[in-house]
Design a protein around this ligand. Structure first.
Ligand code: CUA
Length: 394
């Protein structure tokens, strides 16, 4: 066999391509690994994935081995004579039609049962919240947490019906839900029943309406499900409660996994699995309104007060954002009433801190391509005031 330069180059290209392909499958600390399930729903999927995978491996190896054997054994040789031509072997034909049919039927039956299991409406009393009293701290009771999930370009809104007083963008009910964005808080060890859709809220710069298709995915906790404009889909997820104690939550990463435009890759979110007591404390804090500012505050906290004025006035922020307990009643962008209770913002692509808020407020579109937050150019002083105000939104 000659080793011409062309052939060597081809071999090298093939080697590089193979290594590149293998390398893309490697990540030391991948936070979005569907092969490391951390809850009963994802474990259910995992338990069905591997049998199918190994059956596929056996079939693949068998077919390739048989093909290679035939290629080598029956290759053209010196003194070659064309084999006897036949019309086929009934026995063989039946065997290789029935075997795969049985295999596919088995896999299919398990898959269909799995689909019904994963998308069932979980039974059990829905989780309700009891505010703190003189005798007991705030707590939750019930087995199933209902959460409304709305995909927007390009961030996720999470509304908890019956747990707050915010405007629910899924059922368009005012004063009914706890409303937050970017971070889905859940009690570990409890089933969470998600009702999912996609829309662009009233007054959106891209036009109020059904929005575009997104896909909700937390690889560690559940499978994927589409967020379809004008349609409701459901997904269940549950996070393991072991290793989670009071004060020690576990955060899982999620991601929009359907291409939805410019910042599709920046449409991420977090799922924070907490102990029931921590979750109750989080709900209790989320239910409270933000501080209602008065003229006296301009002396005690002048920078934040100036920021509050700017937020509700010349900055234009209140047109799109809601801060419960203040005049800000916008429904377009994320509800900011308890911004500082979050660890991330802007589609969960930034850690929430003053530096990142400054980068964001200087130019949202530079920080996140296509961002719908269209603001005028703010001065550095204005940004300082706004951040001082945002820092008060605990
Ligand atoms: Cu939303 Cu991709």
């Amino acid at each position: 066999m000659s080793t011409s330069p062309t052939r060597r180059r081809r071999a090298l290209a093939l080697l590089v391509a193979t290594v590149a392909l293998a390398a893309t499958a490697c990540a030391a600390h991948a936070p979005q690994d569907s092969l490391k399930p951390k809850g009963p729903e994802s474990r259910y999927i995992d338990a069905r994935f591997f049998p199918v995978f190994w059956i596929a491996v056996v079939v693949f190896v068998g077919v390739v081995a048989a093909a290679l054997y035939c290629v080598v054994r029956f290759r053209e040789r010196e003194g070659y004579e064309a084999p006897r031509q036949i019309h086929g072997s009934l026995k063989l034909e039946i065997t290789w039609a029935i075997l795969p049919a049985i295999l596919m039927l088995g896999v299919g039956v398990f898959s269909v049962i799995g689909v019904f299991h994963l998308y069932r409406n979980p039974s059990g009393p829905r989780i309700t919240f009891q505010p703190a009293s003189a005798s007991a701290p705030a707590q939750v009771s019930g087995d199933v947490l209902e959460v409304h999930v709305i995909g927007h370009r390009w961030w996720w809104e999470f509304d908890y019906p019956n747990l707050g007083s915010g405007f629910d963008n899924l059922d368009q009910k005012p004063g009914e839900s706890l409303v937050t964005a970017g971070e889905l808080h859940i009690p570990a060890g409890k089933m969470v029943h998600l009702t999912i859709t996609s829309n662009e809220p009233i007054g959106s710069p891209e036009g109020t309406g059904p929005g575009v298709e997104h896909n909700f995915w937390v690889p560690s906790l559940a499978g994927k499900i589409y967020a379809v404009p004008g349609h409701l889909t459901h997904l269940n997820l549950e996070a393991d409660s072991k290793q989670i104690t009071d004060g020690h939550s576990i955060t899982y990463s999620g991601q929009c996994s359907e291409y939805c435009g410019l910042s599709h890759a920046n449409m991420r979110f977090k799922v924070v699995a907490q102990s029931p007591a921590d979750f109750a404390a989080w709900v209790a804090n989320q239910q409270g309104p933000a501080k209602a500012w008065s003229a006296a505050d301009q002396f005690s906290d002048p920078t934040a007060y100036a920021g509050y004025q700017l937020f509700n006035g010349g900055g234009g922020c209140a047109t799109c954002h809601m801060v419960t307990g203040t005049p800000a009643a916008g429904r377009v962008g994320p509800n900011l009433t308890h911004l500082q209770a979050r660890n991330v913002f802007a589609g969960a692509i930034f850690a929430l801190n003053d530096n990142n808020l400054r980068v964001w407020l200087r130019n949202p579109q530079a920080a996140k391509p296509g961002a719908n937050m269209r603001i005028r150019k703010l001065t550095e002083d204005e940004i300082t005031r706004l951040i001082a105000y945002l820092d008060t939104l605990k």
